[in-house]
Design a protein around this ligand. Sequence first.
Ligand code: ADP
Length: 466
Amino acid sequence: MKRKYSLKTQLSLNIAAVALLTVALISVVSNVLINRQFRDYISKRHQQRIESIISDLNQQYDPKTDAWDEGFLHAIGMRALYDGYIIKIYDIRNERLWDAEFHDMKTCSQIMEDISQRMRERSLGNDDGFTVKNYDLEWRGRTIAYVSVSYFSPYFYSDEDFRFLDSLNAILAGIGAFSLLLAITAGWILSRHMSSPIRHTAEIAKQMSGGSYSITMEEKTNILELDELMTSINQLANSLGKQENLRKQLTADVAHELRTPLANVATHIEAMLDGVWEPTPERLSGIYEEIERIGRLVSDLENLAKVESGNLKLNKTPVDLSELAEKTLRSFEAEIIKKNLTVSVEGNCQNIPSDRNRIQQVLTNLFSNAVKYTRTDGTIRVAISETGNSAILTVEDDGVGITRDDLPFIFERFYRGDKSRSRLSGGSGIGLAMVKSIVTAHGGEVDVESYPDRGSCFRVILPKPS
Ligand code: ADP
């Protein structure tokens, strides 16, 4: 298996490697360039020095007496010798005017040996690097003497030159080492900065997989992607927490919803068995109603589970919404007449591809609520319209309305607004959850606007295929 390293190690190592490579490259290149420049400069300086020696020598000739100032020739020759130039001057009759080797053979050999050795030590130049160059000394275009200059060519470094080069290299190496240290430190800080929130995120994810969703990440970084990752983890924890609560709530609610009618049925039958109650047709029909209520609740739950399982198979066919609304309303006729409600259906939208039975369920739930929560002599208005890409259905009533506190929760399972009132009206709090699931499965949306004592308006938007 491939060995795994922490982000911190990986990043630090990579940054250090890149820094090392860059520093090495810069050092090598600058070293080569500086050395080359310096060599050129030194070569030029040799040339200038030789020219100046020749010019100095030339000035020691006295044309009046056709003689040379030997004292100065000696001084110039000795100075040149100590600078590394071995000079011989002969006049045109080939008579020696001054000769470094003749004058001091030992010093000459010593100086030549010193220079050769210095250059050899640094692997510069070859052993027999000394070359001889001949020049003529002239006076008014007439040759008056010959000079030969022997030196380590094409260039040689003095002790000062070597010292200068050494200190330059030391400075370069120092800068390199400092940059490397700086890069490694920066890499380490950066990786620490990055790895800490990632590690924390992984930690939180681990805790979430163990079932604790209450943790949120407060950490803030200036890295956009990490910030997004942490926000997503927080959202995930939040929604998983909500799901978990809903799941727990659902179990508790189902138990609670079933317990009351079952207890009613049990006490009534017990009373009859004990002979306390006569099993009259009214009492039996009361028990029957409770059993029916349990049956309705179970079938509601069954439907909701099917719709919410996500694998709800929609059997889509073109549906005429106003025709379906009219038909659905007919099943509420008895209650509408009983409450003397004014009901109207306006507008039309045909051929909306949807699952007819499911959409009828949506309409049934919305109409049933509207009828349930509208007072005697109230009004219910159903309006259907369409835009370029959707069909819109609104169910508006002037009934009791929904309080501001209840409004955000009415689409949740088992949520009932005014508990005592809706229990009396027989609601189980599942109707709107089902509406939402079906509409969402169709790719649509449902929302509500409602004010207590003024009424409610539910709006369903179903998408039209483009
Ligand atoms: P229920 O079976 O209790 O009606 P629903 O899920 O259909 O359950 O509705 C949830 C809650 O929303 C209801 O208990 C009620 O308080 C509120 N509600 C729904 N429709 C209306 C309406 N048209 N007018 C007033 N309140 C409504």
